[in-house]
Design a protein around this ligand. Structure first.
Ligand code: SAH
Length: 327
């Protein structure tokens, strides 16, 4: 599909049913009916950046900040392994407390638990990414957020989009399974720019793509903006499945936040991954990138049981393997 085709489908509501059905079929043919679960550990909400949409942005003084010690991270990881996860995702704000040595030590310890490891800790240098890879990290998630340079610059004070592109290129070069994605519904974002985002995922040959609706956070400059549209986010996701049939695509938590059935709908419209939270209950509410985040009062074992039942209810199964992309 070319840009014009993507724009055409994104702007035509009558094509929605066709799109979701086709994406579901393509998902079934290329990656099968298994759903891969990734246990998400939100290990620090401290962040030096000022992304205008994100509740963790450094100028937000109204959240209580936390940082898990290496021991706490490893305990959480071990618990996730015991619950049956085959992948752990370590996510945080951009927190320089965890320098390269500390991160590499944590990575090595987690990798000794026989589990695939994904990092989602923001923009780092080539050498840092290289060190993490050598320590054993398998995958990296870094959403481009938007490929629209003007909008990107507006949303991310003090940084530039070229560095984000360079980071993604470096991750690919270093042999990471590289995940990216975008927000849908940022103020002044256009259908045309969303079509560019999809073409960018293809050009990068992303191994994973996470799409989520923008949800305004009270303590950010975008507090009065409209939230993103669930169906538009779903369409961007479904088109991504058509463009990259064999990749891993999560049914995102943000989708479930704005639609009570969001993840199951996504799993039936092209997605094949879910990332349940395995962070201990005392920290969950504090990792408030957007408000209304689901499961903040649940324990890791509850999240696991709940999502397993939901997945089985739509006739899908839980994968027992690491869930790498199979080209
Ligand atoms: N610091 C890491 C992790 C960021 S949190 C990094 O920079 O990659 C993970 C994702 O949450 C972000 O990539 C962003 O797309 C999403 N996010 C942040 N604020 C959001 C909001 N208000 N609504 C919806 N999604 C949001």
């Amino acid at each position: 599909m070319k840009k014009e085709d993507l724009i055409d489908i994104l702007s035509d509501e009558t094509k929605n049913d066709w799109l979701f059905k086709t994406a579901n079929q393509v998902r079934h043919e290329y990656v099968g009916d298994e759903v891969h679960l990734r246990g998400l550990i939100e290990f620090s909400n401290i962040c030096k950046r000022r992304c205008k949409y994100c509740g963790l942005r450094s100028p937000n003084n109204s959240i209580e900040r936390y940082r898990l010690s290496a021991e706490e991270i490893l305990r959480t990881a071990k618990n996730a392994v015991e619950l049956g996860y085959r992948t752990i995702v370590l996510q945080s704000g951009e927190d320089d407390f965890y320098d390269t040595d500390k991160m590499c030590e944590i990575i090595r310890e987690i990798k000794s638990m026989d589990i695939a490891l994904t990092l989602s800790i923001g923009e780092k240098t080539y050498d840092e990414y290289k060190a993490f890879k050598e320590a054993g990290a398998d995958r990296y998630l870094l959403r481009i957020e938007t490929t629209d340079e003007k909008l990107y610059t507006e949303m991310h004070p003090g940084v530039n989009i070229e560095n984000r592109f360079d980071c993604l290129d470096n991750l690919k070069k270093l042999g990471y399974e590289t995940g990216t994605g975008c927000l849908v519904g940022l103020p002044n974002q256009t259908i045309e720019s969303l079509s560019h985002d999809i073409l960018f995922f293809k050009e990068l040959d992303a191994d994973m793509v996470g799409i989520g609706p923008f949800i305004p956070h009270e303590q950010t400059p975008l507090k009065d903006s409209d939230k993103g549209d669930f169906w538009l986010a779903l369409k961007v996701m479904a088109l991504t499945r058509l463009m990259l049939p064999d990749i891993n695509i999560p049914a995102t938590t943000a989708m479930e936040t704005i639609n009570p059935n969001g993840r199951l709908i996504a799993l039936q419209s092209g997605a094949n991954v879910v990332m349940p939270n395995v962070t201990s209950t005392e920290y969950r509410a504090k990792y408030e990138i957007y408000p209304g985040k689901i499961c903040i009062n649940d324990k890791p074992e509850q999240c696991r049981g709940c999502i397993e039942n939901k997945i089985k209810s739509i006739g899908r199964t839980i994968s027992k393997d690491y869930g790498f992309r199979k080209k």
